[in-house]
Design a protein around this ligand. Structure first.
Ligand SMILES: [Zn+2]
Ligand SMILES: [Zn+2]
Ligand SMILES: [Zn+2]
Length: 491
């Protein structure tokens, strides 16, 4: 979606109209504005409502006549569409946007714009973007175009003039359904909200083939201006919002620029299926940029930011980058990738069976899976990580899986060293000792003795204890590092 043809070839001043971009291919007033604004020209004027559907009105005979070729085909279908779409639930109906989408996609299909020819002039949001396609197929948002397409085809079976001949089947055909969904998806990424400049309010939607070529930027060079006139749909003009150098792209904003960076990007991801990587976003996503934004939205603890990220996890590579930024920020919230990893890991752990020899092996697999999820998310979850690893250790011991015992022990040791320095080895030792003591309470003495013996062996394997050093059982590691009181390292 690059506005190549209109790229600036010489310096343009702010406020200058760059080009009359286009006339609307299709357009319609939004249902929330339909009582005040003309269905065709979208001007706010006294209206004569349509006697047939009572849904839309016109400001003049000129507008009524200009819209007649389309509206005469859809008037009888509107009450049926309203009934079907509103029955799909408010998430589909969305204050009447679903009706608008259904009618506009029918208009496009009737105007001879099947998905294939639309693709030539409009950007297909998912073309060559397998990741976006994958995300879309998993997103609940796909349920909405599916519901709209299904309703449209069902109504077209009763009101045949609504769609071209090839769609008029009583039975739904998968190919038709996919085609309509394709058109709806293209509309979602290419439709423009037509804004009344006097009150900054979107009163309808229209599709401008050339206008949809303008790329998004959170610091755009241009904005759309809409021209309204009797007997015609609005037309679109492009105006520079700042001085533009030769060679600079003409771009607009697809979203609300007043929003903080994380909200802007979440909204763009939801509406246009891309994560914005514009220069402004990249700058806003640095620690100092984020701090500034947190201040400006009075969210010093970042709760809002965190909850927003929880609802829309960025891509994996991006999550890793965000993690770095969050660490640098040193604010009291952690990265969502870590939170997600923790919740996944905990979900896995909920499957653990009561620990007995028989289930130890399958439990060990669950624990290792959980660990794999948690390992990339060290920081404040280090405590959970460490507890999981000691759990894995004892489970592996129980399963008599000695190679895993050794592997886990090494991993634990390495991580403790990395995070807390050598002092932490003592902490692990004391935790283990405490555990053994708890196990000894209320258990037969033989078991406590066995546990102590197994623990001694483990210490030797870990290299924390010399094989011949049998007299240091009670002092353990403190004995080998006499300068440090082990109790100092307990917190
Ligand atoms: Zn009008
Ligand atoms: Zn009507
Ligand atoms: Zn951006």
């Amino acid at each position: 979606m690059v506005l190549d043809s209109a790229q600036v070839v010489s310096r343009r001043r702010r406020g200058l109209l760059v080009a009359l971009v286009s006339e609307a291919l299709v357009g319609l007033v939004s249902l929330t504005s339909a009582e005040q604004c003309c269905a065709l020209c979208l001007r706010r004027l006294p209206l004569q409502p349509c006697a047939g559907c009572a849904c839309f009105g016109y400001c003049s005979d000129a507008c009524r006549q200009a819209d007649a070729p389309d509206h005469s085909r859809e008037c009888a279908a509107i009450p049926l569409l309203v009934k079907k779409l509103s029955a799909c639930g408010s998430h589909v109906w969305h204050r009447g946007d679903a009706l608008l989408d259904a009618l506009l996609s029918a208009r496009l299909l009737r105007a001879g714009h099947p998905a294939e020819s639309l693709a030539a002039s409009l950007a297909s949001p998912l073309l060559g973007r397998p990741k976006a396609l994958e995300a879309m197929l998993q997103a609940p948002a796909l349920a909405i175009p599916v519901a709209i397409a299904r309703s449209l085809l069902e109504v077209a079976a009763e009101v045949p003039q609504l769609l071209p001949e090839r769609f008029r089947h009583a039975r739904l055909h998968q190919a038709s359904l996919e085609l309509v969904i394709g058109v709806l998806m293209q509309m979602q990424c290419n439709m423009t909200g037509v804004v009344e400049h006097s009150c900054f309010e979107s009163v309808g939607s229209a599709l401008f083939a050339e206008g949809s070529l303008a790329n998004h930027d959170c610091a755009p060079t241009c904005q759309f201006l809409f021209r309204f006139r009797e007997g015609a749909r609005p037309s679109l003009e492009l105006q520079c919002v700042r001085d533009v150098e030769a060679g600079e792209s003409l771009c607009i904003s697809y979203g609300d620029l007043a929003r903080p960076v994380w909200e802007r990007r979440r909204n763009l991801q939801a509406s246009h299926w891309f994560s914005c990587k514009c220069a402004k976003c990249m700058k806003d996503l640095t620690p100092s940029g984020l701090l500034k934004q947190l201040e400006s939205v009075s969210d010093p603890k970042g709760q809002l930011l965190r909850s927003l990220f929880e609802r829309s996890l960025p891509e994996e590579a991006e999550a890793a980058k965000m993690l770095q930024v969050f660490k640098a920020l040193k604010v009291p919230f952690a990265s969502t990738s870590a939170d997600a990893a923790v919740s996944l890991a905990l979900k896995g752990l909920a499957k653990l069976e009561p620990l007995e020899k028989r289930s130890a092996r399958s439990n060990l697999r669950i624990i290792q899976g959980s660990l794999a999820k948690l390992l990339p998310a060290v920081h404040r979850e280090a405590v959970i990580l460490q507890e999981l690893q000691s759990l894995a250790l004892s489970t592996a011991e129980l399963a008599e899986d000695f190679s895993t015992v050794l592997e886990m022990a090494k991993e634990l040791q390495a991580r403790c060293l990395e995070r807390y320095g050598p002092f932490h080895l003592k902490r692990c030792y004391l935790l283990r000792k405490e555990l053994a003591a708890h196990e000894a309470l209320g258990s037969p003495a033989t078991e406590a003795a066995e546990a102590a013996e197994a623990f001694e062996k483990l210490l030797i394997r870990l290299g924390l204890k010399d094989e011949h050093d049998t007299d240091s059982q009670d002092t353990g590691l403190a004995h080998s590092e006499p300068g440090i009181d082990p109790l100092d390292t307990m917190d």
